[in-house]
Design a protein around this ligand. Structure first.
Ligand code: ARG
Length: 397
């Protein structure tokens, strides 16, 4: 029997995928489940996979490598989509594929498989990541192959085959990790309508947030967060604590219309409390320590980095090369940022760095003994007007 390694979250799509691979295509299915800090427990998922016919089931706590090797580089690069989406969901896909590939090699499987929906970005990310890491492996999309393209068809399939029933009662499913959560709707919502409160996992509604703000100091070393309120913390604890504090104050909700890779506009709902706090703090620190040129140029790098991550090209030469730029330009991104969280807002209260380019003396409007003379300023302002003349040019005689 041909072996296949299936990414198994225990959600409806992956259960149907497992069932199809096993019953319809007679495959020997090995499942892999990643614990990335999702609230829905991964407990019992291996047993469930075996019950559904898997020959073996792997599970791994990948929170630490997820943060260290995927979230941290993207954070340092400032990779956020123009919508504000900090890519928590997208960043987890290359890691999952990497694990699938590793297990496939270990177990002598010739294929890996996923339970992604037909309009999903993830199917693209799976295929592209797999092609980059192990072009010899085939990527199977059992739902596509069984023609279960619509969600209602997947639900019907699950019912028909008596796959665990809790799966057909919800109107949406949540994919979550400790860096953020995203919603997959069963029916496309009206972009003008309110988002139902029960989709949220990581953030409180404003009405339920505390009456007093919380303050927190994040320390960075070379562009990466290292401590909260002076306490050095390993990545998982740091992000968990930020997620709790920011989430309690309702920070990090985002509803937007997004252009999916297959070319369809979709309503996307994200929660990203930890990501929001981290990006805001990093950006404030960069403004203090990076030169204007670097800040300008980095904006382009950030946008490109985000696009590549979104589009599935995590394992690409370009991203590796950009990482070089990001590492080099982050050498002085070391310092502390004070944040305040209140009623859905995350505000930068203060920033300091031993590499600060800010000179109070230079910036001071009342500095004594200033070498900036009135004539110098006037001359400078005159030269600024030069480009304006180009629009009212008269030909030279
Ligand atoms: N649009 C998001 C992304 O491409 C995630 C979509 C939500 N999907 C989900 N299964 N929760 O990263």
């Amino acid at each position: 029997m041909k072996r296949v390694v299936l990414a198994f979250s225990g959600g409806r799509g992956t259960m149907a995928a497992l069932h199809i691979l096993k019953r319809r295509f007679g495959r020997n299915v090995i499942t892999f489940t990643a614990n990335l800090g999702q609230r829905s427990s991964t407990e019992g998922l291996c047993e469930r996979a075996i019950e559904l016919g898997a020959s073996s089931a792997h599970i791994a706590d990948l929170r630490e490598p997820f943060l260290r090797d995927y979230v941290w580089p993207a954070l340092r690069a400032g990779a956020v989509c123009s919508t504000g989406y900090a890519l928590a969901h997208a960043l987890a896909r290359p890691l999952i594929v990497k694990e699938l590939v590793r297990i496939a090699k270990e177990e002598g499987a010739s294929c890996i498989a996923h339970g992604c929906a037909a309009k999903s970005n993830d199917q693209v990310r799976f295929e592209i990541s797999a092609a980059a890491l192990a072009p010899e492996l085939k990527v199977l999309s059992p739902l596509r192959e069984a023609n279960l393209l619509r969600q209602d068809e997947v639900v019907r399939y699950c019912r028909q085959h008596r796959l665990p029933t809790e799966v057909d009662e919800c109107r949406f499913s949540i994919t979550e990790n400790l860096y953020g959560a995203s919603v997959q709707w069963d029916r496309a919502p009206d972009p003008f309508a309110n988002v139902p409160e029960d989709v949220y996992r990581q953030t409180a509604p404003i009405a339920a947030t505390p009456d007093e703000p919380s303050e927190l100091q994040i320390s960075f070393k070379e562009g990466l967060p290292t401590a909260l309120d002076g306490e050095v913390l390993p990545p998982v604890q740091l992000v968990e604590r930020l997620k709790t504090v920011a989430g309690t104050h309702g920070v990090g909700r985002l509803t937007t219309v997004e252009d999916r890779l297959i070319g369809i506009k979709m309503v996307e709902v994200y929660e990203q409390p930890a990501a929001t706090a981290l990006h805001r703090a990093r950006q404030a620190l960069e403004r203090l320590v990076l030169s204007k040129d670097l800040l300008d140029f980095k904006e382009k790098v950030s946008a490109r980095y985000a696009a590549m991550t979104y589009e599935g090209f995590w394992f690409s030469e370009l991203r590796a090369a950009l990482d070089g730029f990001v590492a080099s330009s982050s050498r002085f991104v070391t310092g502390d940022v004070r944040l305040s969280f209140f009623r859905g807002n995350c505000e930068v209260k203060g920033v300091r760095s031993i590499y600060s380019l800010y000179s109070q003396g230079l910036a001071d409007p009342s500095a004594e003994g200033d070498r900036l003379t009135h004539q110098a300023v006037q001359g400078f302002v005159e030269t600024l007007k030069q480009p304006l003349r180009s629009s009212t040019r008269t030909p030279h005689r």
